[in-house]
Design a protein around this ligand. Sequence first.
Ligand SMILES: *[C@@H]1O[C@H](CO)[C@@H](O)[C@H](O)[C@H]1NC(C)=O
Ligand SMILES: *[C@@H]1O[C@H](CO)[C@@H](O)[C@H](O)[C@H]1NC(C)=O
Length: 398
Amino acid sequence: MSSRCKVSYPSLIVLVFLQGVALLMFYGWYIQVKPQTPPPSQSKVHVLLLSSWRSGSSFMGQVFSQHPSVFYLMEPAWHVWSSAPRVGARFLRMAVRDLIQRVFQCDFSVMDSYMPEQRNMSKIFMWSHSRALCSPPACPLTPRGQISNQTQCYHTCDARGLQKVEDACNSYSHVVLKEVRFFELESLYPLLRDPTLDFRIVHLVRDPRAVVRSKEQSAASFVRDNAIVLEQRNVPASEVQFQSIQEICRSHIRINERAVLKPPPFLKGRYKLVRFEDIAFNPLKEIKEVYDFVGLQMTPKLEDWIVTVTHGKGRGSVRDAFDITSRNAKAVTQAWRKALPFSKVKKIQDACKGAMSLLGYRTVDSEKEQKNMDMDLLVPHEPFKFDWEAGTEEAARS
Ligand SMILES: *[C@@H]1O[C@H](CO)[C@@H](O)[C@H](O)[C@H]1NC(C)=O
Ligand SMILES: *[C@@H]1O[C@H](CO)[C@@H](O)[C@H](O)[C@H]1NC(C)=O
């Protein structure tokens, strides 16, 4: 027995040596996967532009898309929702979450489930809105650092398969995805905890009265999305817009409270709230702050472009989407005050009271107040220091 256990000196040394090697390898692996390890500085930043319909998110999306360091996609989760139009948002939530997690990692194989078999670049929703898909390596049309033209891109750029899309995605320091299809933050926790992602959330909101007015102007295009937002509930046609804005307002409260009041440690410093109206009144200053938050530099070319599209020179599609000019910025953000009957304004305010108080939008108590343009309804900036006691009460009521 004992002779079998005898180990010669040289083999003992080899064993000890191998054990040491194994220990070192394990240590190396541990260092790599340890969740607290800060991401190496050369790794990417992943930004979710989280907004809702008709809130200026197409414009803010372009503000990212045109940046030379950004790979941007508009609404990749559209593919999920349009593949399952007869179910509710809650059911689709995790599929949406998983899709954007893969896309942040530049893995487009996730599109297998949502696209026809003959995939090419032009099958991605709103692909030509992405400057990166109009630039090398995806397409030779727009040199990096130039402002892209969506119409030209649409007619010139396309590629078989999604390999070039992945190559493009891999070649940028920032991946930015715009989504209007998140109504809470909890489903995003795995992304915040994912050690391979450096995840930031820019939450863009707008006065719900202006949102409703803007949605009314193209009501037909919201039928399917409203049904998903309302979980396919049987809602009378006249109530759909109010119940839908109520869901959206509730989601603003849920998201903002989660991120600001009692954020879990992995959420701290990763959330920024932006109001459409503040951007409309002061685009350069506000956009610089958003860039700072995600670690992007403003460039002279982008500054020129932002001034042009927000000051109404030229009729670019971006300005049309944003729908403001410097002269009428105030008028546009206030247009609902002339267009909506007070009875409707009141219903929206009732549906959104908590969110409006939280986000700094004053309610009006009469038609006279509504039409009195000297009365400013925007609570000035850095406010959202609202009274928490009053806030919960109103949140519960809304
Ligand atoms: C993209 O797909 C469409 C439809 O399958 C096809 O007609 C078109 O030629 C494709 N484009 C490229 C570049 O493969
Ligand atoms: C984009 O290109 C189209 C077609 O060449 C042109 O008509 C349009 O004016 C351009 N848009 C901008 C904003 O330059």
